[in-house]
Design a protein around this ligand. Structure first.
Ligand SMILES: Nc1ncnc2c1ncn2[C@@H]1O[C@H](COP(=O)(O)OP(=O)(O)OP(=O)(O)O)[C@@H](O)[C@H]1O
Ligand SMILES: [Mg+2]
Length: 574
């Protein structure tokens, strides 16, 4: 997976956010509230000079004091509402980016998914997808009000006419910059170290949990626990070091903050004692400068958010910029007809697993595909299903190149039962209804289960609501295959492809179920990959594969007569 290290990172950042969709209205409201808070902070400093003057009559002071309280309350309300709504903006942006990213990942091409460690995608989708909103919020909602305040506060302090105060205000800036840079760098390095270790621990533990059955069957629990503990110890060591550095960092921060406070408080206090400024100017200055200090600090934190967003975008766009099935424009409408392979070559890696393969699978007929293990049978089905594209040659359906057809529409024409009958987790009912054209009634589901001789087993296990587990692990291999066939029998698709669909069943069940499949698929285009040649004896045509080449085609009878390899396959000798 190539990570984006060049200048396109910001183009990717904004295009990702715009594609994911932004809550513009809410963002505009938040901007308004942020601006209101800045304006109220300036107004408060101004009003304090009026409200706290030495009035001879208290009655004169009361309206000004009310005004002061009003400004204060509006400022607090804008700040509280702003914090809350910005939290909502962040959550919405994160959700939209996550949806957009997940949507893209599900449409990635099979070949790209295989070439990358997909476990890597998980932290990108969960963690990295949520690191973009803080920078966006600061940039679009808070930065302009902050800069407005900083400039206005400098002008207001200059108006006081005391160069000492203006100088003190400017002196704050390098102090805050140094403070933020030093402590930011320490925190960043620390967090990075812990995150990297944590990611390693997560990957290691995920791997062990994935392989738990294998570990048990090889009795390597003790060895695995030992190596797992070593990784956990490393994490704990990094965490302990990190805690110490964090602690020292906190002290440094506090000490530098005292310097900030001294710069803010000492010059105006001295000027007030000397009688150069009065009490009201003193309060106004303290108000202006303390918010000025906060805004400068917040302004510098934006840099941290920027760096975080930059890193997260690099990692995310490495996934999002991969070619995606949706990005291929569908030029041609689906036209049902024969499936034709014309001089097709295909390699998963370096070596071709299909070599110059040409054949025709006729529409509405039954075609068998046979050959030794590894000869390329499943690969043919994967190419028809558009999981991969041929490196050379063409595949046509109804005379049209399938590479030009929309993936989702195209695949919806096929009922494909891959080798080993993979299942989605959930109940038997959910599996049978998974991605079918419509929701089937329980009566229809029961009939399909009876057709594949699975009804009694499922009833004993708990009926249609029985949880089949992750990839159907709560079923036997044969039950999984029967369930896959039942789902396929329910489907109305005009093309049906079965890859070793009955390999785990006994001969009796195989014959009965194959009969049901043949009945149900009469008039459809049925493609059957089989080791057990009894299932394709009645096929209209059989294609024989050997080492990635199609070496013969014909009916079962013709091939038995002319091809020794086929005779061996029939006898089960090879
Ligand atoms: N995803 C993959 N990545 C890399 N190589 C693969 C992949 N799938 C299959 N192969 C290789 O391609 C070749 C053809 O595999 P394929 O699965 O098409 O054979 P098959 O005829 O279906 O075999 P079997 O009867 O054992 O199912 C094999 O050498 C196999 O190792
Ligand atoms: Mg296979």
């Amino acid at each position: 997976m190539k990570e984006n290290k060049n200048q396109h990172v910001w183009r990717d950042y904004f295009s990702m956010l715009l594609n994911a969709g932004l809550p513009w209205v809410l963002m505009a409201v938040c901007f308004g509230l942020s601006m209101l808070k800045a304006i109220m902070s300036l107004a408060l400093a101004n009003q304090i000079t009026v409200a706290l003057k030495d009035y001879s009559n208290i009655k004169e002071a009361i309206p000004e004091l009310w005004k002061l309280i009003g400004i204060l309350l509006v400022g607090i309300a804008a700040s509280v509402a702003g914090i809350h709504l910005q939290g909502i903006v962040g959550a919405q942006v994160d959700r939209n980016v996550q949806r957009y990213a997940v949507d893209n990942v599900l449409y990635l091409k099979t070949k790209d998914l295989e070439e990358n460690d997909t476990r890597n995608f998980i932290t990108r989708l969960t963690d990295d997808a949520c690191k973009n909103s803080p920078f966006l919020i600061e940039l679009t909602i808070n930065e302009i009000p902050r800069i407005y305040y900083i400039i206005a506060a400098i002008i207001a302090v200059r108006k006081i006419g005391q160069p000492t105060l203006t100088g003190a205000m400017f002196l704050l800036i390098p102090c805050i910059v140094i403070l933020s840079l030093v402590s930011g760098k320490i925190t960043f390095t620390n967090r990075n170290k812990v995150q990297t270790k944590l990611a390693a621990v997560t990957a290691k533990l995920a791997e062990k949990i994935d392989d738990i059955e294998l570990i048990k069957s090889y009795s390597t629990e003790e060895k695995e626990i030992k190596s797992g503990n070593e990784v956990l110890d490393e994490l704990s060591k990094v965490r302990k070091e990190g805690a110490l550095v964090d602690h020292i960092n906190k002290y440094i921060k506090n000490m530098i903050w005292f310097i900030d406070v001294a710069i803010m408080v000492i010059p105006p206090t001295l000027l007030m004692f000397k009688g150069v400024i009065d009490r009201t100017v003193y309060y106004a200055y303290i108000l202006l400068v303390s918010r000025f200090e906060t805004y400068i600090r917040e302004h510098l934190i934006v840099w941290v958010y920027l760096k975080e967003a930059q890193g997260a975008t690099r990692r995310l766009s490495a996934v999002l910029n991969m070619e995606n099935e949706k990005s291929v424009s569908a030029e041609t409408a689906f036209n049902s007809g024969d499936i034709e392979f014309i001089n097709v070559c295909f390699a998963y890696g370096e070596e071709n697993v299909l070599n110059d393969v040409s054949f025709v699978i006729e529409k509405s007929k039954k075609t068998g595909i046979v050959g030794l293990s590894g000869s390329g049978k499943s690969t043919v089905l994967n190419l028809i299903e558009k999981f991969y594209e041929p490196d050379e040659g063409k595949i046509l359906i109804g005379g049209k190149d399938i590479s030009k057809l929309d993936y989702t529409d195209y695949r919806s024409r096929f009922a494909y039962l891959p080798q080993n009958a993979p299942c989605v987790s959930g109940t038997v009912r959910e599996m049978l209804n998974y991605s079918t054209q419509r929701e089937y009634s329980d009566e229809e589901l029961v009939k399909a289960l009876k057709d594949v001789m699975l009804y009694d087993d499922i009833m004993k296990l708990g009926g249609l609501d029985y949880q089949i587990g992750h990839n159907g692990e709560n079923l036997s291999g044969g039950q999984r295959q029967k369930l896959g066939i039942a789902r396929m029998l329910l489907s109305d698709s005009e093309y049906v492809m079965l890859d070793e669909a009955t390999s785990a069943l006994d001969p009796e069940a195989t014959a009965a179920i194959q009969k049901k499949i043949d009945e149900k698929c009469r008039g459809k285009t049925l493609i059957v990959v089989a080791h057990d040649l009894s299932t394709i004896e009645n096929a209209d045509k059989v294609l024989v594969f050997d080492k990635g080449r199609m070496i013969a085609e014909g009916t079962h009878r013709q091939l038995k007569e002319k091809l020794p390899l086929y005779r061996d396959l029939v006898k089960g000798d090879r």
